[in-house]
Write a protein that binds this ligand. Structure first.
Ligand SMILES: *Cc1c(COP(=O)(O)O)cnc(C)c1O
Length: 441
């Protein structure tokens, strides 16, 4: 792949630099503080795994804007496809007069999502909107109302999806009332519960039986690898047992693949690692190389249970976004980016896999593909250590490395680099993070 910016970290000012500081002052006078930011460094361009700020600093991006620019920043093929489409047709509204791009994206989603059965898709604008539509579709198909999600889940920031999101702060505090018939149930969290997948699933199922009633449940939403929850990967066998329970009780199994899907974990979809075929899959973030697009894909009979006009929206499946998505799919296949995600996984294990042994503040390193979490603890315990995470983020961002935070206790350092990131950049970024970890013990 060709990059318009050399793939190296290079600092020419302090961070944030003077132009960022000036922009920050204007921002504070014009932008709601509710749109909080992790690092007040203003970006001008990007290429591959490197971001260039307004002061000319080159930073290593370990976050991809929360897992969006998986194929790298400003990919040339995606840019060209979007630019060409923008000169031809930017909007008709698919539900007024349709166009081919939308159909082609739906065809591709049917091909790459797990399951060898007939599928249908609907395209929308954001992850939260995809989850909301999946809820509507599941309720319509089953005639039931209850929706389950897992402890530590993140499903979005709209009223319905924030109510399906686990932690109160900062996503939800003070913003109710919330819709009913939504329940959070215990997850498998190997680092904290020490249970096998089967044991954890038995606990989840017992909770559903004793607190909710399986016959009331329309759908069970899961992130096969939790993102915002702290890169929690349920123990092997957990999702297989949950899927069996769903089948026995007429419950739809919905994989929210918004963060982990589209090549990030070394497979098109992260549920593939668990050997389970979902009834419905939600896709967003990485689907269009940075353009806003999301999808609900599911069994044909489930998706077609909805009356015409029952789902949709003005901008859903926009011609430019779908052109970008088609180019993204093409790049992933042509450049074998699923294989590249596996390469990144190997490189990360080799470089940071021993951090729990080397640093008392690291409880566990876990991950799949280009999706890793480093859970920080008070040394000698499993107590979450949010202060340590703050210190690591401060040191990293001041030195030109942009990782993410995560976890219900704000104590997981989250890495979602582009799958095109080089071994050299992984090594350099890891060295910067190690400086912070060494200071913490
Ligand atoms: C980001 C995310 C969402 C919400 O997507 P938006 O596009 O921000 O609305 C939903 N589910 C998961 C798993 C996510 O990571």
């Amino acid at each position: 792949m060709d990059f318009s910016v050399p793939q190296e970290r290079k600092l020419v000012t302090e961070l944030p630099g003077p132009k960022s500081v000036a922009l920050q002052a204007r921002r504070e006078a014009s932008v709601s503080r509710g749109a909080g930011t992790l690092a007040n460094i203003y970006m001008e361009r990007g290429s591959g795994a490197i971001l260039v700020d307004v002061d000319g600093n080159q930073l290593i991006d370990l976050g991809c804007g929360i897992g969006v620019t998986t194929i790298g920043h400003a990919n040339a093929d995606v840019a060209a496809a979007a630019a060409e489409q923008a000169t031809k047709l930017t909007h008709t509204l698919f539900t007024v007069t349709p166009y081919e791009n939308y159909v082609r994206v739906a065809e591709k989603l049917a091909e790459i999502t797990p399951g060898d059965f007939e599928k249908r898709s609907v395209l929308v604008n954001s992850g939260a909107e995809a989850v909301e539509n999946a809820v509507k579709i599941a309720r319509k198909f089953t005639g039931r109302r209850v929706i389950l999600s897992l402890d530590h889940a993140f499903h979005g920031r709209t009223n319905l999806t924030m109510a399906m999101t686990y932690r109160p702060w900062p996503e939800r505090a003070g913003m109710g009332p919330f819709p009913g018939d939504l329940y959070s149930v215990p997850i498998s969290y190997p680092f904290r519960d020490g249970l096998s997948g089967e044991e954890a699933a038995a606990k989840t199922i017992d909770y559903i039986r004793t607190h909710i009633g399986a016959e009331e449940v329309a759908a069970f939403f899961v992130e096969p690898i939790q993102g915002d929850g702290g890169i929690i990967i349920p123990a092997d066998g957990y999702f297989r047992a949950i899927k069996t329970f769903c089948e026995e009780n007429g419950i739809l199994f919905v994989a929210d693949e918004i963060q982990a899907g589209i090549a990030r974990t070394g497979a098109w979809y992260s549920i593939e690692h668990h050997g389970v075929v979902p009834d419905i899959v939600t896709t967003a973030k990485g689907i269009a190389g940075g353009f806003p697009l999301a999808a609900v894909t599911g069994r044909a009979e489930v998706m077609d249970a909805v009356q015409p006009g029952g789902v949709g929206g003005t901008f859903g499946g926009n011609p430019v976004s779908t052109a970008a998505a088609l180019a993204t799919f093409e790049v992933i296949e042509r450049e074998n980016l699923i294989g590249e995600a596996q390469r990144v996984e190997k490189a990360l294990w080799a470089r940071i896999g021993d951090w729990a042994d080397r640093f008392a503040v690291v409880g566990e390193v876990r991950g799949k593909g280009a999706m890793f979490g480093i859970e920080l603890v008070k040394p000698g315990t499993r107590e979450p250590n949010p202060e340590a995470l703050k210190a690591v983020l401060k040191h990293a961002t001041a030195n030109g490395v942009i990782p993410l935070d995560a976890g219900s206790w704000d104590s997981v350092l989250r890495l979602l680099p582009s799958v095109v990131i080089s071994e050299e950049l992984i090594d350099d970024a890891a060295s910067v993070i190690e400086e912070a970890l060494a200071k913490l013990g």
